[in-house]
Design a binder for this molecule. Structure first.
Ligand code: MN
Length: 146
Protein backbone atom coordinates (compact mmCIF):
# COMPACT_ATOMS: atom_id res chain seq x y z
CA UNK A 1 0.00 0.00 0.00
CA UNK A 2 2.76 2.47 0.91
CA UNK A 3 2.13 5.83 2.51
CA UNK A 4 0.26 7.61 -0.29
CA UNK A 5 -3.15 7.02 1.26
CA UNK A 6 -1.87 8.16 4.67
CA UNK A 7 -0.49 11.37 3.16
CA UNK A 8 -3.58 12.02 1.03
CA UNK A 9 -5.89 11.88 4.03
CA UNK A 10 -3.99 14.42 6.11
CA UNK A 11 -3.09 18.09 6.03
CA UNK A 12 0.28 18.32 7.76
CA UNK A 13 -0.06 22.07 8.13
CA UNK A 14 -2.90 21.34 10.54
CA UNK A 15 -2.19 18.04 12.26
CA UNK A 16 0.87 17.27 14.34
CA UNK A 17 0.89 13.66 13.21
CA UNK A 18 4.25 12.72 11.67
CA UNK A 19 4.55 12.98 7.93
CA UNK A 20 7.05 10.17 8.14
CA UNK A 21 8.66 8.25 5.35
CA UNK A 22 12.13 8.97 6.69
CA UNK A 23 12.58 5.93 8.87
CA UNK A 24 12.80 2.66 6.97
CA UNK A 25 13.54 0.39 9.86
CA UNK A 26 13.52 -3.35 9.53
CA UNK A 27 12.44 -3.53 13.14
CA UNK A 28 9.53 -5.22 14.75
CA UNK A 29 7.63 -2.50 16.56
CA UNK A 30 4.28 -3.41 18.01
CA UNK A 31 2.01 -0.65 19.24
CA UNK A 32 -1.64 -0.16 20.07
CA UNK A 33 -2.91 3.41 20.20
CA UNK A 34 -6.16 4.24 21.93
CA UNK A 35 -7.91 6.64 19.60
CA UNK A 36 -10.82 8.62 20.90
CA UNK A 37 -12.26 9.79 17.59
CA UNK A 38 -15.95 9.92 16.66
CA UNK A 39 -15.96 6.37 17.96
CA UNK A 40 -13.44 5.08 20.46
CA UNK A 41 -11.24 2.40 18.94
CA UNK A 42 -7.80 0.89 19.28
CA UNK A 43 -5.28 1.06 16.45
CA UNK A 44 -3.09 -2.00 16.24
CA UNK A 45 0.12 -1.35 14.32
CA UNK A 46 2.91 -3.72 13.36
CA UNK A 47 6.12 -2.63 11.69
CA UNK A 48 6.33 -4.55 8.46
CA UNK A 49 7.87 -3.89 5.05
CA UNK A 50 9.13 -0.44 6.12
CA UNK A 51 5.76 0.86 7.35
CA UNK A 52 3.31 0.27 10.17
CA UNK A 53 0.62 -2.10 8.95
CA UNK A 54 -2.49 -0.91 10.74
CA UNK A 55 -5.85 -2.24 11.90
CA UNK A 56 -8.62 -0.40 13.74
CA UNK A 57 -10.10 -2.51 16.52
CA UNK A 58 -13.51 -1.16 17.62
CA UNK A 59 -13.47 -2.96 20.98
CA UNK A 60 -10.82 -3.38 23.66
CA UNK A 61 -7.91 -5.58 22.55
CA UNK A 62 -8.10 -9.24 23.60
CA UNK A 63 -6.09 -9.85 26.77
CA UNK A 64 -6.82 -13.57 26.92
CA UNK A 65 -7.74 -16.39 24.56
CA UNK A 66 -11.40 -16.94 23.79
CA UNK A 67 -12.04 -13.30 22.90
CA UNK A 68 -12.22 -12.52 19.20
CA UNK A 69 -12.11 -8.97 17.95
CA UNK A 70 -12.88 -7.47 14.60
CA UNK A 71 -9.83 -5.64 13.24
CA UNK A 72 -10.42 -3.48 10.18
CA UNK A 73 -7.39 -3.01 7.98
CA UNK A 74 -6.66 0.68 7.45
CA UNK A 75 -3.99 2.58 5.56
CA UNK A 76 -0.31 1.99 6.28
CA UNK A 77 1.21 4.49 8.70
CA UNK A 78 4.81 5.70 8.81
CA UNK A 79 7.12 4.01 11.31
CA UNK A 80 7.41 7.35 13.14
CA UNK A 81 3.72 7.13 14.05
CA UNK A 82 4.50 4.48 16.66
CA UNK A 83 5.50 7.16 19.15
CA UNK A 84 2.74 9.62 18.31
CA UNK A 85 0.44 10.80 21.05
CA UNK A 86 -1.64 13.93 20.99
CA UNK A 87 -4.73 15.61 19.69
CA UNK A 88 -5.73 15.63 16.05
CA UNK A 89 -7.59 18.92 15.51
CA UNK A 90 -11.29 19.17 14.74
CA UNK A 91 -12.04 18.93 11.06
CA UNK A 92 -8.97 16.83 10.36
CA UNK A 93 -9.01 13.14 9.51
CA UNK A 94 -9.29 11.09 12.72
CA UNK A 95 -9.95 14.18 14.86
CA UNK A 96 -9.66 13.35 18.54
CA UNK A 97 -7.05 12.14 20.98
CA UNK A 98 -4.43 9.46 20.46
CA UNK A 99 -2.57 7.83 23.32
CA UNK A 100 -0.27 4.83 23.40
CA UNK A 101 -2.16 2.00 25.07
CA UNK A 102 0.53 -0.64 24.70
CA UNK A 103 3.90 -0.86 23.01
CA UNK A 104 6.71 -3.34 22.57
CA UNK A 105 7.87 -5.75 19.94
CA UNK A 106 6.44 -8.64 18.03
CA UNK A 107 7.90 -11.73 16.46
CA UNK A 108 6.42 -13.32 13.33
CA UNK A 109 5.72 -17.01 13.66
CA UNK A 110 3.78 -17.49 10.45
CA UNK A 111 2.82 -15.06 7.71
CA UNK A 112 0.71 -15.40 4.61
CA UNK A 113 -1.58 -13.01 2.72
CA UNK A 114 -4.57 -13.84 4.88
CA UNK A 115 -3.04 -14.89 8.16
CA UNK A 116 -0.46 -13.69 10.61
CA UNK A 117 0.60 -15.57 13.70
CA UNK A 118 2.88 -13.56 15.93
CA UNK A 119 4.11 -13.29 19.45
CA UNK A 120 3.39 -9.97 21.12
CA UNK A 121 5.86 -8.73 23.69
CA UNK A 122 4.13 -5.71 25.12
CA UNK A 123 3.19 -4.61 28.59
CA UNK A 124 -0.53 -5.31 28.38
CA UNK A 125 -0.57 -7.91 25.63
CA UNK A 126 1.84 -10.80 25.79
CA UNK A 127 1.85 -14.17 24.08
CA UNK A 128 0.86 -15.66 20.74
CA UNK A 129 -1.70 -13.79 18.71
CA UNK A 130 -3.42 -14.36 15.43
CA UNK A 131 -4.81 -12.10 12.71
CA UNK A 132 -6.98 -13.86 10.15
CA UNK A 133 -8.57 -12.14 7.20
CA UNK A 134 -12.25 -12.85 6.60
CA UNK A 135 -15.30 -11.53 4.80
CA UNK A 136 -13.42 -9.80 2.05
CA UNK A 137 -10.32 -7.74 2.03
CA UNK A 138 -10.49 -5.31 4.95
CA UNK A 139 -11.92 -7.30 7.81
CA UNK A 140 -9.76 -9.47 10.02
CA UNK A 141 -10.21 -11.34 13.28
CA UNK A 142 -7.75 -10.59 16.04
CA UNK A 143 -7.41 -12.99 18.93
CA UNK A 144 -5.01 -14.57 21.37
CA UNK A 145 -4.08 -18.18 20.74
CA UNK A 146 -4.51 -20.80 23.42
MN1 MN B 1 -7.61 5.44 14.50
Amino acid sequence: MGLREYWNKRDFEKTKEPKGGMEMGDGNIYVIQKHQATHLHYDLRLEMDGVLKSWAVPKSPPMESGIKRLAVEVEDHPVEYASFEGTIPKGQYGAGTVEIWDKGQYIVKERSKDKLIFEIRGSRLRGDYCLVRFKGRKNWLFFKKK
